[in-house]
Design a protein around this ligand. Structure first.
Ligand SMILES: Nc1ncnc2c1ncn2[C@@H]1O[C@H](COP(=O)(O)OP(=O)(O)OP(=O)(O)O)[C@@H](O)[C@H]1O
Length: 624
């Protein structure tokens, strides 16, 4: 029998003949009384009063702290419930103490002795040193827990701030461990140790702060994460991928191409190339724009290719070289593959580049390859492809998906018929439009026709399309950029990515065949924080596509009649079909052919005179 049980039996046997207190004192020397186990007996022996603490109702035994009355304390205020034995309630108390600082101090008091009754106390079996060690351990744990919860709180607070910042700039992110957004360009230097030269070149541009897509996409790429990014037209996506690439490549090396940027048109590739050179100035990087296919042969052989670091090209040219036997270019060292205007490049069929992208993708066989896809518009096909093929993808979207930039005032004008369009544009010119103006047509044939009509009116106009030579195209773009051409008639060729500074008006002479095309076309104005205007002509034939474009306009806050939004919604299949084929339209031509030829002669003579005049005045000034 347990010694304590013997003591209790003896006590019961003696009954009232001996004071329970005295008897226990005698019998219990050197023993510990387990009040939990022998609570009933302790009550019978009047060792404790038969009271029920409020906490005991909920199964929690708590040390009395306030009155000392009816709380399980002895008359001297010492606890009757041995704290060292109280293992079940201890855990809860500790939890409570973590959240309650004041109470935690109370718990830190060392409790060396176990009090039974009155002055009778049992020496704790642990030595003082051990108790202190235990207490220290416990305190340390508590502190760690407190520190941790403080850290967690701080982390939560910080995350909250980041979320607010993202919401403010309408940045939406999907993926794990998304790096924090940048707030200023200075952070690139402070947090990411961006090359001083690059920092200076960015400063020279005098951009006040990063645009939302730059805030989020730059850190994502600086962390070498693969990305699918969508942000409105004219929102600075180009810089968002140029900076991280230059940062990662660090300095020129003779390894061959280490970054490849794909653009759907040569004009956009040339623009991106220019932007790269501007940001990389002074760093020595060799950034290459791939020229016409027939003059690029042998330029990128094993040795020759080593002269370059970065390649900017259209997919077609690159695939031509990759398909040679043996391949005329190596992409083994590529660390970054950028697909600009990704939804366009992923389109299949005649106008898309999907097959070519697949060849390039497979040829970038380096282990460390990272991929980034950028566009102003989004398709589920691209998203699905990225989710399946990219490693630990982060998706970044700014604003609503497939929305037009809000910096453009958009207007729809019903012109009745084809002839009505010509009347409307002449009328607009007569009333006065501030140049430069971009006029979009659905085909090169129609673009040429309109050019002939407007040139007959003596308007300072030119036309750019795929049939013009590369030199002509380059010259036209240059002339339009410098303000020598006021009206530029163009096709879808100029619809994406082209950044003409200060285009004041975009005219959709021919109704775009999809909302995506509309978003990109009108995005040639209202760029980089400037405002712009877009006017779209429509006839009865265009009603099929009217609803989707009216929806884009309404989303951007532009007024559209309600009936347009109530028009029949096209199913996906029909939408696709329409997007791929342009409507058949009546010819624009109104002027007899002989008159057109005369007008052309006049136009050429005028151009020659202008050229002669500028040469003479140059010579004149150099003689002086
Ligand atoms: N942080 C910035 N602040 C102000 N302007 C900027 C900033 N970053 C870039 N820009 C300017 O904004 C203009 C548009 O940039 P960019 O051509 O990269 O746009 P984008 O988003 O690629 O448009 P798109 O979708 O039409 O291709 C450029 O003239 C560029 O110099």
């Amino acid at each position: 029998m347990h010694s304590l049980e013997v003591a209790v039996t003896a006590l019961l046997f003696y009954g009232n003949s001996m004071d329970g207190y005295d008897l226990f004192k005698k019998l219990g020397i050197g023993a510990k009384f387990d009040f939990n186990r022998f609570r009933k007996d302790a009550k019978k022996l009047h060792l404790i009063k038969p009271t029920t603490l409020p906490e005991e109702k909920f199964g929690v035994t708590q040390r009395g702290t306030d009155t000392g009355k009816d709380n399980g304390n002895d008359p001297n205020g010492n606890s009757l419930v041995p704290s060292l034995n109280d293992s079940t309630s201890g855990k809860r108390r500790r939890e409570k103490s973590v959240s309650d600082d004041e109470h935690s101090h109370e718990e830190e008091k060392p409790c060396d002795d176990v009090y039974l009754l009155g002055n009778m106390k049992l020496k704790n079996s642990l030595k003082d040193g051990e108790v202190n060690k235990n207490l220290q351990k416990r305190n340390k744990k508590k502190k760690q827990k407190l520190d941790k919860s403080e850290k967690e709180l701080q982390a939560e607070h910080r995350q909250e701030q980041i979320n607010q910042f993202r919401n403010k700039h309408r940045i939406h992110v999907y993926g794990t461990d998304v790096p924090d957004p940048l707030q200023t360009f200075d952070e690139l230097y402070k947090l990411y140790n961006l090359n001083r030269l690059l920092s200076n070149n960015v400063n020279v541009l005098r951009f006040e702060m990063p645009t939302p897509i730059q805030m989020q996409a730059i850190p994502v790429m600086l962390h070498r994460r693969e990305i699918l990014a969508c942000a409105p037209t004219g929102s600075g996506k180009t810089l968002a991928f140029i900076l991280p690439i230059l940062h990662h490549l660090q300095c020129p090396q003779n390894k061959g191409f280490r970054a490849v940027v794909l653009s759907p048109t040569r004009e956009l590739a040339a623009q991106t190339h220019r932007e790269f050179q501007r940001i990389a100035e002074g760093t020595g990087f060799r950034i290459h724009l791939m020229e016409k296919v027939n003059i690029i042969n042998n330029k990128y052989g094993k040795k020759a290719g080593r002269k370059f670091d970065i390649l900017v090209t259209t997919p077609k040219r690159l695939v031509y070289l990759l398909k040679q036997d043996p391949p005329q270019i190596s992409l083994d060292s590529v660390e970054w593959l950028i697909v600009d205007e990704s939804d366009k490049l992923f389109e299949d069929g005649k106008t898309g580049f999907r097959d070519q992208i697949a060849i390039i993708y497979q040829s970038c066989s380096g282990k460390n390859i990272r991929r980034a896809l950028f566009s102003a518009t989004f398709t589920y096909e691209v998203e699905e492809w990225c989710k399946l093929n990219l490693d630990n993808l982060i998706q970044v979207y700014v604003g609503a998906k497939n929305a037009a930039t809000e910096s453009v005032n958009q207007e729809l004008i019903f012109v009745g018929s084809e002839i009505g369009k010509l009347v409307a544009i002449r009328d607009m010119v007569k009333r006065g439009i501030e140049p430069p103006v971009l006029i979009f047509l659905q085909s090169k044939e129609r673009a040429k026709e309109l050019f002939h009509e407007l040139i007959y009116d003596g308007i300072n106009v030119d036309v750019i399309h795929a049939d013009r030579t590369q030199l002509q195209r380059d010259n036209i773009v240059k002339q339009f950029r410098t303000g020598n051409i006021w009206f530029l008639i163009c096709t879808e060729l100029m619809g994406r990515g082209i950044d003409f500074k200060g285009v004041s008006l975009v005219v959709n002479y021919d109704f775009p065949n999809s909302a995506i095309s509309y978003i990109h076309r009108i995005g040639r104005t209202g760029r980089a924080g400037h405002r712009g205007k877009a006017v779209t002509f429509f006839t009865e034939d265009d009603v099929v596509n009217l609803r989707s474009i009216a929806t884009v306009m309404r989303q951007a806050g532009c007024p559209v009649p309600d009936y347009m939004l109530k028009l029949k919604k096209l199913d996906r299949h029909k939408k696709r079909k329409l997007a791929r084929s342009a409507l058949r339209r009546k010819s624009i031509r109104t002027v007899p052919r002989t008159e057109i030829l005369k007008a052309h002669k006049r136009h050429r003579r005028l151009k020659q005179d202008k050229l002669l005049h500028s040469r003479v005045s140059k010579e004149h000034s150099s003689e002086r």
